[in-house]
Design a protein around this ligand. Structure first.
Ligand code: AMP
Ligand code: MG
Length: 518
């Protein structure tokens, strides 16, 4: 553990409030505040990621050491660690919310590994900070477990996101009103150690612009480019434009990746948007079961569906516009920022068509493919077809003899399968005609499609079952889910981990809809 090589640029290169006071307050003129994690009584290691251990050059033995447990539950700072909470603001559900900040996240510093990679460590749920407002700085086991599992699942799906090193039960209870119905209850608490090259959010820039702290905003921009975008030459007169363009591009690519696997983030507020294009802050996220562009897992958003599946690209753009507003206060010109936003639109279009071509096994994207693919998504929605199951089944369809029977497993309701049979047959004919235009074999197409259409996604009901088991001290489902998550494109995932959502899960809290309570 002592070999962790800390090099904490965020705190050494940006100004902070070093009073160490924990009390909630506005912190003007700084990017961070020094804070100590609040110790916990009876920490127990519930899970860790071997892959993330290796990223940090830690061993399995380290993971089981007393030091690891103490460090990653927040009971002890290791040599080289500096604990701090960072200051950011954000637009929440379309409205400027002012200062938010790391209210329950406490960074421990940045590790340089043997490969020269920089990995920032951050505890979530480790106690109060100046940004906790009226909340407790803690996190419950159920949301921590969801974050731990999903962080690693996304990584193995090939989607950029923050990673998770460890999940530690605190042995302390936390009071939450899970359903927001006036019935608060005690729940077990937990701390996740998240790991990422950078946890900087759009909101870090927004708060400085909102406060008129322009010199500090410029400093944060320069710092971010130097640390997180080393490929950009800061001597270039266009460095600012190049940087914002890249932020727009990564954000576009990220939301397209979410669409590819049917992931809905759930709370795309600007304070949850990563400046380097990572999936960040796993709250009431979910994977769509029966395809529905308007689906959101977040109960708080049930009325407006601002952050539903298909809204993610336009919302990402809206968020970039808010970032652009903030950057415009110091940027050489607004036009340059608008060019970045236009680059978002262009990247979105090309990434979307490349992604769809891949999902449907098309070797190249033709203009007519937009109508072909859109029409089957519409059918899937009407006939309540499971998105994940559909694309794996579609890979098995034979070009010479397309058979809708192949798709049957993707339907939730037999009557809907029957009543839509003519429409699916007609669509399959069109699809087969389209496939006939390319030099390909069924087998080659199947292999390609199965590389981009996952067999395993962390369905909401599975995560909930793992939570229920873990609450009773049984970690075996978590371990099995982690195993499946490591190879999401393989055919031979155990059937019970790929089964479509069972009917009992339709209205069960945690299985289809989640509140923000965490
Ligand atoms: P989220 O909705 O999780 O993205 O959080 C929005 C803001 O609320 C962030 O500033 C969080 O740090 C803060 N927050 C959420 N839950 C808590 C909590 N239990 N204690 C302190 N701050 C919190
Ligand atoms: Mg957040």
């Amino acid at each position: 553990m002592n070999q962790l090589n800390f090099n904490n640029r965020f705190v050494t290169e940006l100004p902070g409030d070093e009073t160490g006071l924990q009390q909630s307050r506005q912190t003007q003129g700084v990017c961070w505040a020094a804070v100590s994690p609040t110790p916990v009584q009876h920490p127990t290691l519930l899970a860790y990621s071997s892959e993330v251990l290796r990223l940090l050059n830690l061993s399995e033995e380290d993971a089981h050491s007393e030091e690891f447990l103490a460090a990653f539950c927040g009971n002890r700072l290791l040599p080289g660690m500096t604990a701090y909470a960072s200051c950011y603001g954000g637009h929440q559900f379309g409205n400027w919310a002012g200062q938010l900040g790391d209210g329950r996240a406490i960074a421990l510093g940045e590790v340089l590994n043997n490969e020269g990679e920089r990995w920032e460590l951050q505890l979530k749920g480790a106690g109060m900070t100046p940004y906790s407002r009226r909340a407790d700085g803690r996190a419950v086991l159920r949301s921590s477990l969801r974050e731990f599992l999903c962080s690693e699942a996304m990584h193995h799906l090939g989607i950029p996101g923050t990673r998770a090193l460890s999940l530690i039960a605190t042995g302390e209870n936390v009071m939450r009103d899970m359903l927001y119905d006036g019935n608060p209850a005690f729940e077990p608490g937990a701390v996740v150690c998240r790991v990422a090259p950078s946890f900087t959010r759009f909101g870090h820039f927004e708060i400085l612009a909102a406060r008129g702290e322009h010199a500090l905003l410029q400093r944060l921009i320069d710092f971010t480019i130097a640390r997180d975008f080393p490929q950009i030459d800061r001597q270039s007169p266009d460095y600012f434009t190049i940087w914002f363009r890249l932020v727009c591009e990564r954000t576009a690519r990220l939301v397209v990746e979410w669409l590819r696997v049917g992931f809905v983030h759930g709370v795309m507020n600007t304070d949850n948007m990563s400046i380097i294009g990572l999936t960040l802050d796993y709250g009431p996220y979910g994977w769509v079961d029966n395809f529905d562009p308007g689906w959101t897992p977040n109960t708080t958003d049930a009325e407006w569906r601002r952050y539903s599946l298909a809204q993610q690209p336009p919302v990402a753009r809206w968020n970039l516009e808010r970032l652009a507003d903030a950057l415009a206060t110091v940027a050489p010109s607004r036009t340059l920022l608008d060019e970045g936003l236009a680059h978002f639109d262009a990247t979105l279009q090309t990434s979307l068509s490349t992604m769809l071509a891949g999902k449907f096994g098309l070797l190249e994207w033709k203009e007519e493919d937009a109508a072909l693919t859109a029409s089957v998504f519409e059918l899937m929605q009407r006939a309540e077809v499971d998105m994940t199951e559909f694309f794996r089944a579609l890979a098995n369809v034979r070009q010479q003899s397309p058979d809708r029977e192949m798709l049957r497993s993707a339907f939730y309701r037999e009557p809907l399968y029957q009543s839509h049979s003519a429409l699916f047959n007609a669509w399959l004919e069109r699809y087969a005609d389209r496939l006939a235009l390319q030099q390909d074999t069924d087998e080659a197409r199947r292999i390609r499609m199965n590389r981009v259409n996952p067999r395993f996604v962390l369905r909401n009901y599975l995560a909930q079952q793992a939570i229920d088991a873990a609450t009773n001290g049984n970690m075996s489902l978590i371990n099995r889910l982690m195993e499946a998550a490591r190879r999401p494109y393989d055919d031979d995932i155990p059937a019970e981990l790929t089964a479509k959502r069972p009917d009992w899960a339709i209205n069960k809290p945690g299985c289809s809809m989640l509140s923000c309570s965490s």
